[in-house]
Design a protein around this ligand. Sequence first.
Ligand code: HEC
Ligand code: HEC
Ligand code: HEC
Ligand code: HEC
Ligand code: HEC
Length: 477
Amino acid sequence: MTTPDTTPDLKNQQPPEENGAWRTLLSCTWKTPLGLMGISITTISITLLIIGTFAHMVGLIHNHYAAIFTFMVLPAGMLIGLLIIPLACFMRRKGWFGKTLTAEQLTINLSDSKHRKTIILFLVLTVINITLLGVVSYEGYHFTDSPYFCGVVCHEVMDPEYTAYQRSPHAKVSCVECHIGPGANWYVQAKLSGLRQVKAVFDGDFSRPIPAPVEHLRPARDTCEQCHWPEKFHGKKVKSYVSFSNRNQTEPYVQDIALHIGGRNPVTDSFEGIHWHVSNDIKVEYQPLDKKRTQIGKIKVTKSSGVTEEYTIDGAEESTQEWRTMDCIDCHNRPTHVYDDLEERVDFGLLSKKINPEIDGIREDSITVLKKEYTTRNDASEQIVETLLALQAKRHGNDFVAENEESLIASGSFLLETYLNNVWPAMSVTWGTYREHLGHRYADEGFGCFRCHDEEHSTEFGKVISQDCAMCHDEPE
Ligand code: HEC
Ligand code: HEC
Ligand code: HEC
Ligand code: HEC
Ligand code: HEC
């Protein structure tokens, strides 16, 4: 552009002729501290932004803090800088021109080639800026959708969910595919509620633990069924349950069951088995008695023929909860935020020899160690191995612990890892905070299939929902 040929001594200057006023205005911007600051912020932000965005797009940078900086801090810097520059001119206009500046001097004269060139330059720069912001917003928008953003930016709050997610079968499915799904409408809703959540986090005003079930989770039809579809299920799935007891830590008790996953019967063409509830032929609706959906009142089944059947139980009339159409989440409520069962995890340790099963009493002591309350995750990290050693010393004496130190420390480390995957005192998340509905292991606490399959919910004709073991699983051949 033009080089500043005006002297800094502006106050005594003659009234600027022709386009001098414009030139003075533009060229002096950088001579004021504020203007200089605006220009520097803009230049630095834009330069870093271009380098940063490019590096992210070609995959040179994988660091997510760099992404937060590039996509959130730098665009803000660029915009603020761009706003400061005209502000600086505006604030200094009196200082530069005194009373000599008149409105006529600041008119834009398109027949003046200098004005035309400046305007073209201005337009070109504006287009470049807008393009740059566009690219950055696009990349930034993807970034705010990434599991990293969801899980780590609100670190303390989402740490349990993020940790559990990372070791689940869905670790490569991003949070938004289940929590938002496709479509602009849900996207906007999610971002708005996201903003409210960010505010809640800043105010420290959120529930610990985050309550489950998620009240307004998008229906699974639009999320899970993008990847899994009910018509595809077939056959049986064999599952083995391996457990030990405090008295027998070395020989596992193994129980195999073959789950009737379900699918379309090729002979009758009707859908049967466990996924019957979500097949195209059927709609199962229910009205819970509580917010946690651990007790279920009325249940309504609608067949494709339009025939309906309603089951009810004592006390169902009083429920004010919303009706809900049963979908994947009513059984697979923990498809990705999978927390362990304490004893099952200890038994896995014994089976895999990560806990040494040869050491007497180690199963019982391991359970004690994990059940113990630690104030923070840091305290647990410091105390878990020590606690195990202390319990063993009490049981077998210090000499035994000294002899088996290596093995005990290895077992303790496994327990610590298990603890860190499951317990967050700051979020009040501990063993059993989040239970799953598959099966009936936690039926006493109101989780699982037996919420309905209790032989107590009945139709007006006395038909009940069966608890016949063989309907859901049998012993594999
Ligand atoms: C495979 C699908 C899926 C993915 C991927 C997923 N979630 Fe979830 N999430 C769920 C379901 C289903 C629930 C509801 C559980 C319920 O209602 O009991 C849930 C619940 C939650 C909750 C409520 C607390 C809880 O544990 O019930 C939070 C917070 C959460 N998810 C965060 C995340 C974050 C952060 C990510 C990404 C790192 C993520 N989710 C990825 C399916 C998913
Ligand atoms: C973006 C695709 C995608 C979405 C969305 C998705 N899943 Fe999956 N899901 C997968 C893949 C891929 C696997 C297989 C992982 C493996 O075998 O390791 C899987 C595995 C599973 C399994 C078997 C897990 C196991 O232990 O073997 C279940 C159950 C499941 N998903 C349920 C759900 C539910 C419920 C939802 C919705 C809340 C959902 N999925 C959403 C892709 C998806
Ligand atoms: C009535 C409860 C129930 C509903 C509703 C349900 N499932 Fe399942 N699903 C199960 C059970 C039980 C299993 C087997 C248990 C296991 O794998 O641990 C299973 C297994 C699966 C598997 C693994 C299948 C295999 O062959 O390994 C997938 C994938 C799955 N379900 C996805 C879904 C999806 C998607 C939906 C929603 C369209 C859904 N389920 C609805 C209960 C249900
Ligand atoms: C919200 C209530 C509800 C829940 C929870 C529920 N079911 Fe059902 N289920 C029903 C109803 C209602 C029927 C139909 C009963 C009938 O017609 O006799 C049924 C039928 C079935 C059938 C027979 C389907 C066929 O082939 O006709 C199986 C198998 C089954 N359920 C398995 C499960 C399993 C496994 C779970 C837990 C993972 C579960 N159900 C959880 C309500 C429920
Ligand atoms: C409504 C369906 C249903 C009925 C009825 C049912 N089960 Fe199950 N059961 C399941 C499912 C689903 C699982 C697997 C849970 C999982 O994925 O880990 C299971 C798992 C089990 C397990 C191994 C895990 C555990 O809980 O220890 C045993 C044992 C078991 N069932 C026994 C029985 C017996 C005995 C009966 C009959 C009184 C019965 N079940 C009736 C659905 C059912």
